[in-house]
Design a protein around this ligand. Sequence first.
Ligand SMILES: Cc1ncc(COP(=O)(O)O)c(C=O)c1O
Length: 455
Amino acid sequence: MSAPLVDPTTVRERGITGTDGGVSFALEQLHASLVDPQMDSMRLLSETTMTFPDAISFSNGAPFDGTHDVAKLPLYLERYLEHLRETGVPEKKISRLMFQYGPVNGFIQEEVARNLKQDEGIDVTPDSIMITQGAQEAMVIALRALFTAPDQVLLTVSPAYVGIVGAAKTLGIPLRGVLEGPGGLEPEAVAEAVRAVRAEGKQAVALYLIPDFSNPSGTRLTLQARKELLAVAAREELILLEDNPYGLFGREGRELPTLKSLDDTRQVVYLGSYSKTAFPGARVGFMVADQPVTGPAGTQRPLAAELSKTKSFLTVGTSSLSQAVIGGILVEAGYDLRSASRATAQVYQERLQAVLEVLAVHFPPEEQAQHGVSWNVPDGGFFLMLRVGFEADLAAMARSARDYGVSWAPMTMFYVDGGGDRVIRLGFSNLTVPEIHEGVARLARFLNDTPRTDR
Ligand SMILES: Cc1ncc(COP(=O)(O)O)c(C=O)c1O
């Protein structure tokens, strides 16, 4: 018998070969992002939630599915094809767009640009837009381009959306949280964080934030804070990664301008998503990156166009069918998703108001003081934060789900540098008002029965 090519003992010592002789890995052999417990927190949360399927779940932020109708999918696709024909695109090109590998940055930038102008007053050319597989891909691509050295740090609002933390960790980009206040990120705190990073001999390159109805906290930046933040960013040469999936889900008449629409120094890279305004299964989002990039020959292209190199090696392009369906939705809405989303926004508002009202019923001021319970009052979005008098970890959540029939998300999993031990996130977007009434009643029983540990 000939000797094996690889000595199995050596390999096993390195932990590559399993006891059965086949390949296996110790987790530590894989990229650090996979070892990081924070990267596993959402999976653990959804597993815990799924273990108790009868519990009313405030633990996620799935969009309201009452308007999802499979019969409409072919109609949107057809609407987009019709739109292409109306604009004089030849049949052969339409067929190529649908069936072949397409342009890396997508083919619905024109429609997205019209939508941005209409809904947000953002005025950019289509070549400054990259269509992506959801905002998530846009985050990865933007971070890949902007971070070039190990001493460069990404600042992020903390608590933060898990998607940005995951993207940064996957790419090995150092992350620093900037704690938000009751009104969201405070520009002075951002300036301070930039200075602190600089004092360590490092450089803060970009700051990620969700100015409108943040996930997980529900906070919203005032107009003044937006302007100040842009001024800090210009002064400190900081790119702002503005993520705006919830902007259309506030109260009518209380809209605030996005950072990008106020941005006259091209400080902002804007991350858009159609997951909430259309549907998440499409996996269509986009990035607006209008900063000119000068190549070696002196030619200039927008950053979004330059970044197509990265996208071409990640996903090659965004699904033609998904783009066409989203394109059809935009055309059908006359590019005005704000108006088209009004009824859905109303549903979210009713749900938010229901949570706030029922919390107030179960926790009048004297009960709040007694149990150490308080909450913030967002103006829109999918989430709010509830402060409690005990450690709200995954074990507490499992107890809540098992014994009281209600689940939620521990806020600790969203804090970048620790924090939120006694805070929970309530996501109400996909619960009916009666479910909210029952869910908050169950939650109140759980909170009342759990001894305080904060004094
Ligand atoms: C803050 C934030 N950004 C982006 C998204 C949506 O990302 P995608 O477009 O990849 O579905 C979500 C969805 O939960 C979110 O909460």
